[in-house]
Write a protein that binds this ligand. Structure first.
Ligand code: PLP
Ligand code: ZN
Length: 370
């Protein structure tokens, strides 16, 4: 396969994928110019028990992934009750869905001969990048904001990464990390800026399609920076193009009432989200005051008739307890997805079957009440 190129989502400028620049000179985030073959079950490598079974549809031009994969993906889908399905995306090597994207970004780093990576995160993406970098023999430094769950910090350090606990908000932490990346001190293995991450998260939909033979009517997705959301839309585009989707599922983007820049921009008809103050929330994974790819998310949401839902803080713990009583002990951010689903269903807004992403494991978040 020929190497794809990066294309700026704002001005259209192109760059080779081996650039050290994490975004375009104009500040725009890069997309990937990559057109996989039409999705076809016959091209799935069913002997490979990781998301790399879909490598015919992934931007890989060498075998680097073999030294990077930790056996991510292939997470079960199960019925919770009648019309409600869950996908156990916390059943991953580092216990969150971020492994999908990290596996692809670190495979890229390995292909490019990168020796040191930097990353910022609310915990889980950093955890993932640290684990995959460790596996690939790449040095790693992770910035997390003060207040991040200690369990996540311990896991990052256990993988041999340097952890910088930054005394600031999630957004300020990201900026501190990016300024270090701009100084050229290491490759910025960002789950938000690097478009390879979305090539990993798109496998969420491939798997559901392979597991169920079709897609459910509704997909409930947590959205902070939208890495799962954007990957889901990439895959839906591909399946639709291949003529495999009689009807595109409705995507429900779940935010917290305490930090809902996308929902607000959507309702106000804005092209891009405005920075909102982040009030503390137990749903730490989706507490992003200004999502970098917010404009892209809003465009997709309008184009496809997605729904936004904001959960209230009081609904998180009851939803988490209810899921635990059904056997699934999840992160508070995941409980937020369930809470959003229950609220939408109570209001009669959900038609047909729904699939909920169980995106993070319960033992990882302490979920301090604020
Ligand atoms: C468990 C969990 N769910 C959801 C999210 C939100 O992901 P994103 O910011 O890519 O939308 C995160 C992000 O860290 C997370 O850790
Ligand atoms: Zn640009």
């Amino acid at each position: 396969m020929k190497r794809p190129v990066f294309r700026c989502s704002v001005c259209g400028a192109e760059k080779n994928v081996d650039t050290q620049q994490y975004c375009c000179t104009c500040g725009g985030a890069f997309d990937l110019c990559f057109e996989p073959p039409a999705f076809d079950r016959a091209l799935i490598d069913s002997s490979e028990w990781s998301l790399f079974r879909y490598r015919a549809f992934l931007p890989l031009w060498d075998e680097s992934w073999r030294g990077v994969s930790l056996g991510e993906g292939m997470t079960p889908v199960r019925a919770l009750d009648g019309d409600t399905l869950v996908k156990l995306d916390y059943a991953m090597p580092t216990l969150s869905f971020k492994d999908r994207g990290a596996a692809l970004v670190i495979s890229l780093c390995k292909s490019l001969g990168v020796s040191r990576v930097l990353q910022d995160s609310s915990g889980n993406a950093g955890n993932s990048v640290a684990a995959y970098a460790a596996r690939a023999g790449i040095q790693c430094e992770i910035f997390v904001p003060r207040g991040t769950s200690p369990g996540k910090i311990d896991m990052i350090a256990a993988h041999g990464a340097q952890v910088q606990v930054f005394d600031g908000t999630r957004d300020e932490t990201a900026e501190a990390c990016r300024s270090k990346a701009r100084r050229g001190e290491a490759y910025y293995a960002s789950h938000v800026f690097n478009p390879f991450f979305y090539q990993g998260t798109k496998t969420y939909v491939y798997e559901v399609f392979e597991q169920l033979g079709a897609l459910p009517d509704n997909l409930f997705i947590p959205v902070g920076n939208g890495t799962l959301y954007l990957g889901v839309h990439l895959a839906l585009d591909e399946l639709q193009k291949a003529g495999l989707l009689p009807r595109r599922p409705t995507v429900w983007a779940v935010q917290s009432e305490r930090c809902a820049p996308l929902l607000q921009a959507f309702e106000q008809g804005l092209d891009a989200p405005e920075q909102v103050p982040v009030q503390p929330t137990m749903a730490e994974g989706i507490a992003i005051g200004k999502p970098v790819r917010g404009g892209q998310i809003l465009r997709l949401a309008r184009q496809h008739g997605d729904c936004f839902a904001a959960i209230s803080e009081e609904d998180i713990l009851p939803a988490r307890a209810e899921l635990a009583r059904k056997g699934y002990f999840v992160e508070h951010t995941t409980a937020a997805v369930y809470a959003a689903y229950l609220a939408a269903r109570r209001r009669g807004l959900v038609k047909g079957t729904s699939l909920l992403s169980l995106c993070g494991a319960g033992l990882k978040s302490q979920g301090k009440e604020h």
